[in-house]
Design a protein around this ligand. Structure first.
Ligand code: ADP
Ligand code: MG
Length: 633
């Protein structure tokens, strides 16, 4: 009995159903990416190249995996009569289990988010699919049947996978002695353009020139007016590591195509930085800023991002060791000659060289962003829209670059009064009033709540700009960033508001007088509210509203306390301070109210309103409604 038959008995031909999402994705892809069929070749070549990288890496520990065939390459062939296009490689290959796992299910993080993001608008969705990464399944854009035969390095059993891209696929044992993967595309009606030598070579050069291993095809000749293949192999692509080439020899298109290869993105990048560092550390880095955030930007388990090479040999893809979390959206390649080829994860973990390379690369990226902010403000706005919230994690994570990162941050402010985050600390400082020495901000859980906060009244009246912060990460940012270029960051909803020199002596005297006059009222309110408040006092901040809540300078802001509570964390208890505006009609009415019960109702309503206005929730909403109603009637 031959080995193949023995294997067949263990694994007879089986039909399996695709996961529901795969089916949906396939349909979507075939219908919305129809206008960009050339990418099929790019995706399959990209996979073959990844497979070669994986083999090289595994072979570092186990040279036998090469099986005396260490010249890794990708072959493209076509058969006019059979109307097939074949892409084969001698990379790592796949075991039966790997085939089922890798191309029977979407095993990709972010799939659910992806489906949620779909709009139903074809043009928009095509774009989304691109961002999501089309990969292997794109084969069905031009093929109505795909046959994949593969044998994993070091494994004897070969497997054949076949599907028409509808509901299911079959899998069976196959005869394949050579290592690696062969994919045969049975072309759909009308896709004959892929049966042209010239056309294929053009596509390969356009999309895959940067692939480091040779992509070979048979040389063709014209005979009697027809194109015929010869026996001679021809390497179609440049087949050299793009990042190792000199900048002057790389075109913009090549940089862009390479980005799409490493990032699995569909769109061009927003910016990139390519540099060769020599001296103490020796490495080349080619780092890109994507134009769009990936679906798994907030998935803490994601590991990809930067590909690490040692002397052109792919070692691994790992974002964490080479980029800090707040730059996790950066994509690209770092190639160093400072590490041994057989570098292990443990070595990487504690390597000073790696630390130095990471620090150098971070500097490069921050420099690139600074440059974009200064010279391409429109691009920077796009970047910030996508990644600003991630960048805000920076000052808390990267102490060494805190000031640099802070310089890259942008916020909404009362100046434009829109939710577009485009004001830098520098802009703010340049517009500060002559006597102003701190940067004022307010945090809230929505932009509207920040924008309409009663705390802003005095600032609006005096024309003092305030930064409006409503991203969740803002509270975290403010925990680690307390000043910028010597200017303190000051919450306008915290502590005793002291406008310092921004208030005239006369204003201060008037304020003092009002405080004196309101002493009895303040005391009475305090008694009525009891343990609900830390204190009650006369406000400096309000001009139009009757009251507002303030946190003590050392306490958590109300917003942060709510965020922690929502995240299931125990926030240390901090009670608010109620500030009242004695100039307001309601407060005047309260002062003149002689009926105890009505005074109490009014006071509670005042407090509850102030809590609602800053986005808080009432502990006892029913009582609030009851009191309101009795006051109205
Ligand atoms: P991605 O490349 O983003 O992982 P693909 O859909 O392109 O997604 O491929 C899915 C998986 O199938 C790959 O991650 C890989 O494990 C496997 N695969 C695809 N093509 C090959 C190949 N030529 N050789 C080995 N494995 C492959
Ligand atoms: Mg792929």
């Amino acid at each position: 009995m031959s080995t193949a038959t023995a294997q067949q008995e263990i694994h007879p031909k089986e039909s399996m159903a695709f996961q529901a999402e795969v089916k949906q994705l396939l349909q979507l892809m075939i219908h919305s990416l129809y206008s960009n069929k050339e990418i099929v070749l790019r995706e399959l070549i990209s996979n073959a190249s990844d497979a070669a990288d994986k083999l090289r890496f595994e072979a570092l520990a186990n040279g036998a995996l090469y099986e005396n065939d260490s010249e890794l390459k990708i072959r493209i062939a076509f058969d006019k009569a059979a109307r097939t296009l074949t892409i084969s490689d001698n990379g790592i290959g796949m075991s039966r289990a790997e085939v089922i796992a890798n191309i029977g299910t979407i095993a990709k993080s972010g799939t659910k988010e992806f489906f949620n993001a779909l709009t139903g608008d074809q043009a928009k969705d095509a774009n989304l699919i691109g961002q999501f990464g089309v990969g292997f399944y794109s084969a069905f854009i031009i093929a109505d049947k795909v046959t994949l035969t593969t044998r994993r390095a070091g494994v004897t059993e070969a497997v054949r996978w076949e599907s028409a891209g509808e509901g299911d696929f079959t899998i069976e044992a196959a005869d394949k002695t050579s290592r690696g993967t062969e994919i045969v595309l049975h072309l759909r009606e009308g896709e004959d353009e892929f049966l042209s030598d010239w056309k294929l070579k053009t596509i390969i050069r356009k999309y895959s020139d940067h692939i480091t291993l040779p992509i070979v095809m048979k040389k063709s000749e014209w005979k009697d007016g027809a194109e015929v293949a010869t026996d001679e192999d021809e390497t179609v692509n440049k087949a050299s590591a793009l990042w190792a080439r000199s900048k002057n020899d790389i075109t913009e298109e090549e940089y862009q195509e390479f980005y799409k290869h490493v990032s699995h993105d569909f769109e061009n990048p927003l910016a990139y930085t390519h540099s060769r560092v020599e001296g103490k550390q020796e490495y080349i880095s080619l780092l890109y800023v994507p134009a769009k955030a990936p679906f798994d930007l907030y998935d803490r388990d994601r590991r990809h991002g930067i590909k690490l090479y040692v002397k052109r040999v792919f070692i691994m893809e790992d974002a964490e060791k080479l980029m800090p979390q707040y730059l996790r959206f950066i994509r690209g390649v770092i190639d160093t000659s400072d590490l041994p080829l057989n570098v292990s994860r443990e070595i990487l973990q504690s390597s000073r060289d790696v630390d130095a390379i990471k620090a150098g690369s971070v500097k490069k990226v921050l420099g690139l962003l600074e440059d974009m902010a200064e010279n391409k403000p429109e691009d920077y706005a796009k970047f910030y829209q996508e990644f600003g919230r991630v960048l805000k994690e920076g000052p808390g994570e990267d102490f060494a670059n805190k000031e640099k990162i802070a310089g890259l941050l942008r916020f909404a402010s009362t100046k434009a009064d829109t939710d577009v985050q485009d004001v830098s600390f520098k802009d703010y400082i340049s517009r500060m009033q002559a006597e102003q020495d701190v940067i004022y901000y307010i945090t809230a859980d929505s932009f509207a709540a920040a924008q309409h906060s009663p705390h802003l009244e005095i600032f609006r009246k005096k024309g003092i700009e305030v930064l409006l912060m409503s991203d969740r990460v803002d509270e975290w940012l403010l925990g680690s960033l307390t000043e910028f270029e010597g200017k303190k960051l000051q919450s306008i909803a915290k502590g005793d508001l002291d406008l310092g020199k921004l208030e005239s002596e006369t204003e201060k005297e008037i304020q003092k007088k009002i405080e004196e006059e309101s002493k009895t009222l303040v005391e009475k309110i305090k008694q009525t509210l009891g343990s609900q408040v830390k204190d009650v006092r006369v406000t400096h901040r309000l001009t139009d509203s009757p009251a507002c809540l303030v946190s003590d300078a050392q306490d958590l802001s109300g917003n942060l306390a709510r965020i922690l509570k929502a995240a299931g964390q125990n926030a240390p208890e901090s009670k608010p301070i109620l500030e009242i505006n004695p100039g307001h009609k309601l407060v005047k009415r309260l002062e003149n109210e002689s009926a105890e019960a009505v005074f109490a109702d009014l006071t509670h309503v005042l407090f509850d309103q102030a809590l609602l206005a800053e986005g808080g929730t009432l502990e006892d909403p029913a009582s609030f409604v009851k009191r309101m109603n009795s006051l109205i009637s």
